[in-house]
Design a protein around this ligand. Structure first.
Ligand SMILES: *Cc1c(COP(=O)(O)O)cnc(C)c1O
Length: 599
């Protein structure tokens, strides 16, 4: 099931949700109470136990909580030290700090980006009590030498397996090596429960201790009696129903992650100046995040590469910052962790990513890096984004008419110019007079929007930034009449760069111009879209009560292709929204969302 729309950035993460997840969660919501209040929790825990090959499992509200419980059950306390890799999500170190102990950061292997027995050994002191290997981005740590080292120094191992469900080392699953291990099902992870985690233990006694601590130090034999201050880290049955569906599909989900990385590797594997995720011998990496580290020969910074990709509708994330670079954790810096942590990028790796998207991402990445390698500017790709950048660079003042003319689309009626379309630029977005005008139009057209909210000047200003300037696939034009009055706006939105279609951003009629200017504007905009951006198909969506717009679009050749019933919902803040009524509609609703296509 796809959740994305054409307008979305190609996102870094995102889960796989199917009919199975829908069925289980619906069942849990309807029936998972009273006698059945923990059925899904038990099933989820059992399945996890079987899959990882560890006898004791406890679903928790987070992986962070699970790690805190593990360390607490082990009696880790103030004055102790716990070795944590320098690049990981901060949660590993936070869990250590919750106990009062000190996280000590070890370096990572430059290829797998994970801690090794060697890097860990260098950090052992008489205070060290535990080691927390992190299977970063799904690559297992080389556990045999780590377990040997731990045994030699009488240290316990708690695995942070948050990112590696399904990863293997020597045929054994990550999460099965340590005395404790913890997984995360937070929304960006390979398997999700929204928020959630799982604590796994090989030792029955330690596990029992963690269970008691995780449930307020409850007395096991005396109802509602507590023997000590504990914590509350339980997962709900509702979340567990989602988790069960996910773990039942884990093989497919992991296979997809591996497939996505294979697509990247095929297209980027030959670039010497970057390093991709590794898969060391005897390891199975689940490639939770397909990632790369920019080599020193690349002159662009990590942030510059990410910004260039964002302009091209590719969302990425920085690799985890080295923990010692954060204000609360000053200590000695580890060189390999600093290189990867400050030069690393997570590429879009969510389950829904397709080969075509990876193709697109890699082509653009090559172009961005190519620029850096040769240290010269290559031409930006023609089309939407290039045009936007060019307009923005040329027009810095809303009143700068000379340059604006270059980008102006004349509105012609019988050979005579009767108005024009002017690209909406940053200069407009920061011009109070323009914002006031937009606010007025928005207020007048209120009833044509799904959300019924109070229009304010500040709100409109924010909207212009976030919804007009910062969205890479939206471009607005101001409609100006022959007396230079701004009388409305119209734009293109949700540009699909592969299928070459987009939506007409609903025309907003400010001042009533008459003279058929709105029709001319709609036609001129589409012509420009065809010529400049090679758009093939135009769609638009409009509320059925907006009869003026419906008539206008029919006149310009649009036909209705879809009609979604709407209901009026009251939001928590008291505002009203028209939202899709789903299939629970028994009478003709008051309004529809109408999708039209230019025929
Ligand atoms: C996500 C993550 C965590 C924390 O998981 P939560 O469920 O959000 O508490 C811990 N460690 C690593 C390595 C993670 O990626």
């Amino acid at each position: 099931m796809g959740l994305k729309t054409t307008s979305d950035m190609i996102l870094t993460a995102g889960p796989s949700i199917t009919d199975r997840e829908m069925a289980y969660t619906q069942d849990a919501a309807l029936n998972g109470w009273n006698r059945h209040h923990s059925d899904y929790i038990a099933r989820f825990q059992n399945k996890m136990s079987q899959f990882i090959g560890v006898p004791h499992t406890m679903a928790t509200s987070s992986c962070t909580g699970a790690m805190h419980l593990a360390l607490s059950a082990l009696g880790i306390k103030a004055g102790d030290e716990v070795i944590v890799p320098e690049i990981t999500w901060v949660a590993t170190a936070s869990a250590v700090c919750y106990t009062g102990a000190k996280p000590v950061f070890c370096d990572v292997d430059p290829q797998s980006w994970t801690a090794t027995a060697d890097t860990i050994a260098r950090c052992i002191t008489p205070r060290t009590k535990a080691i927390m290997p992190v299977h970063l981005y799904g690559h297992p740590c080389l556990m045999a030498p780590i377990m040997e080292l731990a045994a030699k120094h009488n240290l316990v191992v708690v695995e942070d397996a948050a990112q590696s469900v399904g990863g293997e080392y020597r045929g054994k699953k990550t999460g099965s090596f340590g005395v404790f291990a913890a997984f995360s099902f937070q929304g960006a992870k390979a398997l999700v429960t929204g928020e959630g985690g799982m604590l796994l233990a090989n030792d029955a006694e330690l596990f029992a201790r963690a269970q008691i601590l995780g449930d307020h130090g409850r007395d096991l034999h005396k109802a509602l009696f507590n023997n000590e201050i504990g914590y509350k880290y339980k997962m709900s049955n509702l979340q567990a129903s989602l988790g069960l569906a996910q773990i039942e599909r884990v093989d497919d989900i992991v296979a997809r992650k591996r497939q996505i990385f294979a697509w990247y590797k095929e297209r980027l594997g030959d670039i010497e100046e970057i390093a991709l995720n590794a898969e060391l011998p005897e390891c199975k990496n689940i490639y939770w995040m397909s990632s790369l580290v920019l080599g020193t020969k690349i002159s662009l910074s990590r942030d510059e590469v990410m910004a260039e990709l964002k302009k091209r509708m590719v969302d990425t994330r920085p690799m985890f910052y080295p923990l010692s670079s954060m204000p609360m954790f000053e200590q000695q810096k580890n060189p390999a962790a600093y290189h990867a942590g400050l030069r690393g990028i997570n590429l879009p790796s969510g389950h829904e990513r397709t080969e075509e998207e990876v193709d697109y991402i890699c082509a653009h990445l090559r172009e961005v890096l190519g620029k850096s390698l040769k240290n010269s500017k290559t031409a930006v790709p023609s089309g939407w984004l290039a045009y936007r950048d060019e307009v923005a660079a040329t027009i810095s003042d809303a009143k700068e008419t000379a340059n604006q003319k270059r980008y102006t689309l004349p509105l012609m009626d019988k050979g005579k110019q009767v108005g024009q379309l002017i690209p909406f630029t940053q200069a407009h977005a920061t011009d109070d007079a323009v914002i006031r005008l937009l606010a007025k139009w928005r207020d007048q057209s209120q009833d044509a929007f799904p959300g019924q909210f109070k229009v304010t000047f500040e709100g409109t200003k924010g909207w212009a930034q976030r919804q007009l300037m910062q969205l890479p696939d939206r471009m607005l034009f101001l409609i100006v009449d022959d007396k230079q009055n701004m009388i409305g706006h119209i734009g293109l939105f949700r540009f699909d760069f592969k299928k070459r279609f987009c939506e007409i951003d609903n025309v907003v009629r400010g001042e009533d111009a008459g003279k058929g200017l709105m029709t001319l504007a709609t036609n001129a905009l589409m012509q420009w879209g065809r010529d400049a951006l090679h758009v093939k198909d135009f769609y638009l969506r409009v509320m059925s009560n907006n009869t003026r717009a419906l008539n206008l679009y029919e006149r310009t050749g649009f036909s209705e292709i879809l009609r979604v019933p709407l209901v009026l919902l009251k939001n928590a803040d008291g505002s009203l929204s028209w939202v899709s009524a789903g299939h629970h509609v028994y009478e003709a609703p008051e309004r529809y969302f109408v999708t039209m296509k230019k025929i």
